[in-house]
Design a protein around this ligand. Structure first.
Ligand code: COA
Length: 348
């Protein structure tokens, strides 16, 4: 009960997760449709025309100097949260304009943090480019290879929306009070930070580095499990199969031309060993790779620093948060569950 497992808190048209079959529908489309422009996924989720994210990126970049302090923060997600908190969409005339403003700003903030962390000046957006291409360009200071941009686009689309996950739930709870979109997005960012939600992919790479060679996987994972630690990138609250997004991201990595064969082979052994050892320990609770395992490998291959992985997740997931905020506003019902008091009472 403590984790609200299986409790339905909203009706949504945004996505459906079939945890037993390992299937995901986003706005009525199977996950395999993830190979579309990020703007097209936003349009599906926001029930709108394709948003003008290029002009939103340009508007956010124009304000970057105001956000200098935020971008100097050593953790990317702290920088995004602090930077985003300085924005306001109160004066935007429509939901579409509000959602575009925060979605464009997320890419600009994430890219500017990556540049600053590398000691490089920020790169201005090119409003004509699709969001995925420009995000990579603003991070790396050069136009990315089409295959790499396509891989990031697939990633952003794959993680754009995923049911009532923790960050979406808190974003909806904030929106249900009538709060502004930015407040809901900042709440979503805060929830995404933790390793049980969006903070796992950096630690997945730390694990693969620590294991180093396939022959060491079993011993390393056994030791972690014996110490009571969780294996990052494995297990999911809803899926009882391998997370279907894992296969999509594996395919994106293969097609990106950026895959390193030795690294990929090591990762395959780590995943298979972790799945086997977890199955031995939890025969009744399938624990297989989740989206974060293959996020780590894909973003690493694209040359994105691991400190920015959760921030890049937010660049995709913000589309879903915005859609849920809109849906919640339409429902108009305050989210206000109950608790059962188990504390002390005054003596009779
Ligand atoms: N490594 C080791 N054991 C794990 C595990 C993992 N990754 N995931 C779950 N378990 C174990 C739990 O310790 C628990 O064991 P117990 O019954 O002996 O106490 C059992 O499996 C059931 O897990 P539960 O706590 O009910 O799972 P959950 O639904 O609360 O957790 C996650 C889902 C994602 C939080 C969990 O699988 C996890 O912590 N994974 C690692 C972090 C991660 O990859 N996060 C990204 C999620 S997309």
């Amino acid at each position: 009960m403590n984790g609200l497992d299986g409790i339905v808190v909203a009706e949504t048209r945004l996505s459906e997760i079939d945890g037993a079959a390992g299937r995901l529908l986003v706005a009525g489309h199977p996950l395999e449709a993830a190979r579309m422009r990020f703007e097209a996924v936003c349009a599906l989720l926001w029930e709108s025309a394709e948003p003008e994210l290029g002009s939103a990126r340009a508007a956010a970049f124009a304000r970057l100097d105001d956000l200098g302090g935020a971008l100097a923060m050593p953790h990317a997600i702290d920088a995004l949260r602090a930077g985003m908190a300085q924005l306001s969409t109160r004066d935007e005339p429509s939901f579409l304009r509000q959602a575009s403003a925060v979605t464009g700003a997320m890419a600009v903030l994430a890219a500017a943090w990556v540049r600053r962390a590398a000691g490089e000046p920020p790169v201005a957006p090119d409003p004509e480019l699709p969001q995925a291409v420009d995000t990579l360009r603003m991070m790396q200071g050069k136009t990315p290879a089409p295959e790499a941009a396509c891989a990031l686009s697939t990633y952003l689309c794959s993680v754009s929306e995923h049911g009532m996950n923790a960050s979406t739930f808190v974003a909806r709870a904030v929106a249900s009070t009538g709060a502004e979109l930015v407040s809901a997005v900042v709440a979503g960012l805060s929830a995404l930070e933790g390793p049980l939600h969006g903070g796992a992919p950096g630690p997945v790479l730390d694990m693969i580095d620590a294991i180093g060679i396939p022959e060491r996987a079993e011993e390393w994972i056994e030791r972690e499990l014996a110490a009571g630690r969780r294996i990052m990138g494995m297990g999911h609250r809803v899926y009882r199969t391998r997370d279907p997004r894992a296969a999509v991201l594996e395919g994106a990595l293969r097609d990106s031309g950026a895959s390193n064969g030795e690294r990929a082979a090591l990762a395959r052994v780590v995943e298979a060993t972790a799945a086997r050892l977890l199955a031995e320990r939890h025969p009744d609770r399938p624990l297989e790779a989740n989206v974060e395992f293959h996020t780590a490998l894909l973003l690493e291959a694209l040359g994105i620093p691991r400190g920015a992985f959760t921030a890049v997740f937010a660049v995709g997931r913000v589309a879903g948060w915005c859609a849920h905020v809109d849906e919640q506003r339409r429902s108009g019902r305050l989210i206000r569950p109950s608790s059962r008091y188990v504390g002390a009472r005054p003596a009779a």
